[in-house]
Design a protein around this ligand. Structure first.
Ligand code: IPM
Ligand code: MG
Length: 371
């Protein structure tokens, strides 16, 4: 059976990093005999320019008939003047997250010891590297709660966003985080603001409930402000982080930077829907479209390449060769960084070789053959 993947390249550095991710995907496809059918579709500012909307019906339809979506990045200054509901981030990315109920966002931040120098933290803290998995709730909270808007009241404008979480929404993402912890170091830190927000009080109660089903996972709770501080103090103390939507947006950027560069951080956004070979999901780098470096061939393609690995691992989890291909990609990235000492500009340091986007992509694709 052939798996369908919708490829949505988007804007900014999206096209150039996706080219490298596809180079690697084609390589593992032939190396591991995967049967994949890729369909490229327009999205974001590129789709606005071509069709007037950020998510054309044809793109949505292709996503609906696919087993997984491989997403680049959307947005940029060219489309920032549009009304918010037509802008690429809201009309394409947030719409897709909500439309497909992609409630569990997995963002693994791995600081390889060979890249510890790229971290802004003191070498004493990150010398041995660290490995944190952020599990961020992605379809609730302040991003989507109603009412929402700006209105006029007593002669001035008032902005309203609503934070709302249902018990079932907290429970399902907590389960994903506990399941992930079971396969790792079995330590989960749940983050909230239970000292101020009712949402935090409920979050903590439900996470405690779910924890009762996972006696092998140790759980602790941290307030978001303290968590932001403890992560900088000692990232090695953390294994899995569980957060609501907005806190996860902020903390995942923080841990990406602590790990060296946001250009290294992939992500998987998973729905509950099973596909014949795994679970439906959208896979994208955690960073944005980086318009300042777009088109220069200097962007780090690793986040996009590792997003391909996550796609194979989660959306094709029942296929042994797809999971083996995912591991091969992760190992290839590791060996190009550690043994090859190749670096894109964001992670470069004296004594290593600075390369552009496509040289990095080629080196990783080549490293796959030798496994
Ligand atoms: C992310 C991004 C998005 C978010 C933006 C582009 C809407 O920052 O995926 O972290 O806020 O979720
Ligand atoms: Mg973000």
């Amino acid at each position: 059976m052939t798996a369908q993947i919708a490829v949505l390249v988007g804007d900014g550095i999206g096209p150039e990093v996706m080219e490298e991710a596809l180079r690697v995907l084609y390589k593992v496809q032939s190396h591991f005999g995967l049967r994949l059918k890729l369909t490229r579709q327009l999205v974001g500012g590129a789709a606005i320019d071509a069709t007037g909307v950020a998510l054309p019906p044809q793109t949505l339809q292709a996503c609906e008939t696919s087993d997984a979506i491989l997403f680049g990045s959307v947005g940029g200054p060219k489309w920032a003047f549009l009304p918010p509901e037509r802008q690429p981030e809201r009309a394409a990315l947030l719409f897709l997250r909500r439309h497909f109920s992609l409630f569990a966002n997995l963002r693994p931040a791995i600081c390889l010891p060979a890249l510890a120098h790229a971290s802004p933290l003191h070498p004493r803290i990150v010398m041995k590297g660290f490995n944190i998995l952020c599990v961020r709730e992605l379809t609730g909270g302040l991003y989507f709660g109603e009412p929402k808007g700006i209105s006029e009241e007593k002669g001035e404008r008032v902005a309203v966003d609503t934070m709302v979480y249902r018990e079932s929404e907290i429970r399902r993402v907590a389960k994903v985080a506990f399941d992930a912890a079971l396969l790792r170091s079995r330590h989960l830190t749940s983050i909230d603001k239970a000292n101020v927000l009712q949402n935090g009080v409920l979050w903590r109660r439900i996470v405690d409930d779910v924890a009762a089903h996972y006696p092998d996972v140790s759980l602790n709770h941290l307030y978001i402000d303290n968590a932001a501080m403890q992560l900088i103090r000692n990232p090695c103390n953390f294994d899995v982080l569980l957060t609501e939507n907005l806190f996860g947006d902020v903390l995942s950027d923080e841990v990406a930077m602590l790990a060296g560069s946001i250009g290294m951080l992939p992500s998987a956004s998973l729905s509950a829907r099973a596909t014949p070979q795994g679970r439906f999901g959208l896979y994208e780098p955690s960073g944005g479209s980086a318009p300042d470096i777009a088109g220069k061939g200097v962007a780090n393609p690793i986040a996009q390449i590792l997003s391909v690995a996550m796609l194979l691992r989660y959306s094709f989890s029942t296929s042994q060769s797809a999971v083996a291909a995912a591991t091969a990609i992760e190992n290839a990235v590791c060996s190009v960084i550690t043994e090859g000492r190749l670096r894109t500009a964001d992670i470069w340091t004296e004594g290593t070789t600075k390369v552009g986007t496509s040289e990095m992509g080629k080196a990783i694709a080549d490293a796959i053959s030798f496994q």
